[in-house]
Design a protein around this ligand. Structure first.
Ligand code: DAU
Length: 338
């Protein structure tokens, strides 16, 4: 395959780029190198004969049109992804997550013979009551500016697929974790702070439930999806979930134990506004295609804690001025008040 990966310098994108190259595919990586990107994630493949990096924005219409025209498959991982940042600055989420997707759709519409595969999220369904799982056709009920932008992108995809008879595959994943994830996210934030003996800001009562997937299992799922892309016009949604659902407090306690910290590091702080209580995906469709997760959360957390402990040089640069300013805005008062 000749794959255009967008957002390939990010957490998920970089793991997928390496896997695609290892499988013999040709990869062009279009990445805007925002704060969340880390080109070092791809240092080992930077000079690979079948890899090309293009520094650019998915909202850049002529650039995207040219790159899409060279590809047979487009994998969209470019996005603003952090819910807390979407509460501080929603506009950039609308631009990248919605306008960016429309730019891709326009390019795909004019190119035609290219398969678009888009990464979405379980958050488009909003919070689910205990015992319920969202199937692929469940109604959207997003609650944060982030999840609303992802749902809006999906509606644009639906409109394009319907209007222009495009085949588009939409993957909706649960929470991903593992090596190279940006330190703003819950698991790496708590790991890096636990390693430093710093307080861990647990939002609200910490009983919110998330479904977790180790990044290698996510990559395996993406490979299964790519191996059987439906070519019929329409939206082909598929859920990537493990069924491993845990309250945040339990994850935080495990991290403390694994990082050699004390559970007293966990500090209850003011809740995230509009915080969804529970996500849960029905991933039967993917499992019917032969995929099952290989890494249980206990093992995945141990691997992840070890990686952050042994690879400080990979994530310490992310603790620069931009992050310190964000951290102060996001947690300064909360931790001070806590
Ligand atoms: O569910 C899939 C989604 O998972 C993705 O679509 C998003 O891009 C990704 O950011 C993630 O969203 P979450 O909001 O679930 O992830 P986050 O790591 O921000 O938070 C996980 C949980 O931990 C959530 O219930 C909020 C809580 N939390 C998070 C942070 C950063 C805390 O209690 N304290 C924190 O400091």
């Amino acid at each position: 395959m000749r794959v255009l990966v967008t957002g390939g310098c990010g957490f998920i994108g970089s793991h997928v780029v390496r896997a695609l190259l290892a499988e013999g595919h040709t990869v062009t990586n279009l990445d805007a190198l925002t704060y969340a990107a880390n080109p070092a994630n791809l240092a080992t493949v930077a000079s690979h004969a079948h890899y090309r990096f293009v520094h650019g924005d998915i909202c850049d219409v002529p650039l995207v049109r040219d790159l899409v025209a060279e590809a047979d498959t487009v994998l969209n991982f470019a996005a603003e992804t952090h819910v807390d940042r979407s509460l501080l600055d929603p506009g950039v989420f609308v631009r990248t997550d919605v306008e960016g997707v429309v730019t891709l759709l326009e390019a795909v519409r004019t190119t035609r013979d290219v398969m678009l595969v888009h990464m979405s999220t379980d958050e488009v369904f909003g919070s689910l009551p205990a015992g319920m799982e969202a199937a692929e056709e469940a109604p959207f009920a997003p609650t944060s500016p982030y999840s609303a932008s992802k749902a809006a992108a999906e509606l644009q995809i639906r409109a394009y697929a319907e209007t222009y008879h495009l085949p588009v595959t939409v993957m909706r994943s649960c929470n991903v974790y593992g090596p190279n994830q940006h330190i703003e996210k819950f698991i790496p934030l708590f790991i890096t702070r636990a390693l430093a003996g710093a307080p861990l800001p647990l939002y609200g009562d910490g009983l919110q439930e998330r479904e977790w997937i180790y990044v290698d299992d996510l990559v395996a799922a993406v490979r299964v999806v790519l191996a059987g892309l439906p070519r019929a016009p329409g939206v082909h949604a598929i859920h990537i979930g493990t069924g491993e659902r845990l309250p945040n407090r339990a994850v935080a306690e495990t991290i403390c134990r694994l990082a050699g910290g004390n559970e007293s590091l966990i500090q209850r702080v003011g809740d995230r506004p509009g915080h969804d209580r529970r996500y849960a995906l029905d991933s039967g469709r993917l499992r019917a295609r032969g995929w099952t997760p290989a890494v249980a959360i206990k093992e995945g957390l141990a691997l992840t804690v070890r990686w952050y402990a042994e690879n400080a040089a990979a994530w310490e640069p992310a603790q620069g001025a931009e992050f310190r300013e964000y951290f102060q805005r996001q947690y300064g008062e909360r931790l001070g008040a806590g």
